[in-house]
Write a protein that binds this ligand. Sequence first.
Ligand code: ZN
Length: 465
Amino acid sequence: MRFFNTYSRQIEEFEPRDPAERKIGIYTCGPTVYSRAHIGNFRAYIFEDLLQRHFELRGFKMHRVMNITDVDDKTIRGAREANIPLSEFTAPFKQAFFEDCETLRIKRADDFPAATDQRYIERMIEMIGTLISRDLAYQADDKSVYFRINKFPDYGKLAHFDLTQLQSTGRVKHDEYDKEHIGDFALWKAWDEEDGGVAWESPWGRGRPGWHIECSAMSTALLGDQIDIHCGGVDNIFPHHEAEIAQSEGVTGKKFVRYWLHCAHLLVDGQKMSKSLGNFYTLPNLLEKGYTGREIRYALMRVHYRAPLNFTWEGMEEARQALARVDEWLARLRETANGKIDKKNMKPGQQFEEALDDDLNISAALGFLFESIRETNRAIDQNEMDAATANAWLDWWKRVNSVLVVEEAPAELPAEITKLAEARLQARLAKDFQKSDELRNELGTRGWEVRDTKDGQKITRRAGG
Ligand SMILES: [Zn+2]
C-alpha cells in the first residue's frame, strides 16, 4: 500500500511502525462542537472511514482516536452568547455529531477523547511544563504561554512554509504584541473576562489550553509517542498540525507521525461553502431533501480524497442512480442462483482492493465496480452465468461493501407498496394476468420494480426512480 505523505510531498510505500503486529495507530482531528458539522467536515470523516475500513480489509488492526474539541474560542463564545455553561452548550452538538456519523455509516473511533476531560488537561499542563523547561516555550507579559518556534528548526516542514515569509507578511494583530515572534502560538491562554467561568488552575495561573496542545496531549496519551497515521483536512495543515509536531516532538524527542494524510476541500456548485452564499449544508439539510444516509455517504466518498469535491444536486442524483444500479445488480445475482451455464468464467479479481492500495484511489475502485456490474449483467442477460459464479460475485461484494458500506439495509416497504404487491400476488394466483400486469405498471410508476422468481415475487426500488 502506498499513500501521499504531506510531510514529504511524495507517494510513499506504507510500513507500519510495528510490521510484525500489523497494528496501526491512527489519529484524526475531530469536530469542534460549537455548531452542527457541515458536509465539508463529513467529507473528511468519510475519507478517514474509508481509509480505516480498507486497512481492516487488508488485515490490519486499527486503533483509531478522534478528538472532540469542546473548549476553544468558538465554543466559549457560543456558551457566552447562549448564557449557559460551556458543557451545556457543547452537549447537543456532540450528540448531533454522533447521530450524523451513524446516519453516514461512519465507524466509531475506539476513543473519542474530549479536551475538557481532566486527565487530558493535566497532560497538557505537564507537556507545557516540559516545553518551558527545554526553552521551547515561555510565559509572556500577558501571562499566556507561547511556543517559541525559533527554537524548533523543523517548524514549517509539514506546510513547506518558510518562517522568514511569516515575518514579512506583517499580519501583526494588536493583541499579539507580547509574543517574541509573530508565529509563536499559544499553549496556555491566560484567563480573561470573555472566558467567563471557563478556566483551569495551572503553574502559570488560571487559564485554558490552546487548541493545538489539545491534540498533542490526547494523541500521545492514547496512541503513544509515535503515531502511524495522522489525518485531517488540508486546512488543518497550518498552523494546527505544524504546531502538533512542534509540541509533541518538543516533548518526546521522537518523530511524532509517520504518515500525514490530508483531505482536500469540498466546494458547493464550484464555490466555497459559506452561510452568506446560502450554499452551506449540514446533514439534516440533505436528509430533508429526501436523500438517504447511504446516498450522501456515496456522494461524499466517490472523489479521490486529494482532489476537491464539487458538491451539486446533479451529483446527488448520480449517487442515487449509482446505488440503485448496485441494488438491482445484487438482486439479479441473488436470483441467478439456479443458473447452470457458465460460458464466460467471469470470476472477480483483486482490482478493487488494488485501486485502494494505491493512495486510496476510490474513483478507480468504483470504476472497476461499475464495469464489473455491466459485464456480469450482460452475462446474466445472455444466460451465461452459473450459480457458482453468481455466488463468487456476491462474496466479492461483501468485501467491497465492507469498505464502501452502501448496501441498502433491508428496509420495510412503504404500506401502499405492500398493499399493491399483495393485490398483484392475489391476481396472479387467480390467473388474472391482465390485472396483475396493471398492478405491476402501477408499482412501476411509483418507482418500484416487480420480478417473479422461484421464491415468489421480489420488489426492488427501480434504478433512476
Ligand atoms: Zn487536531
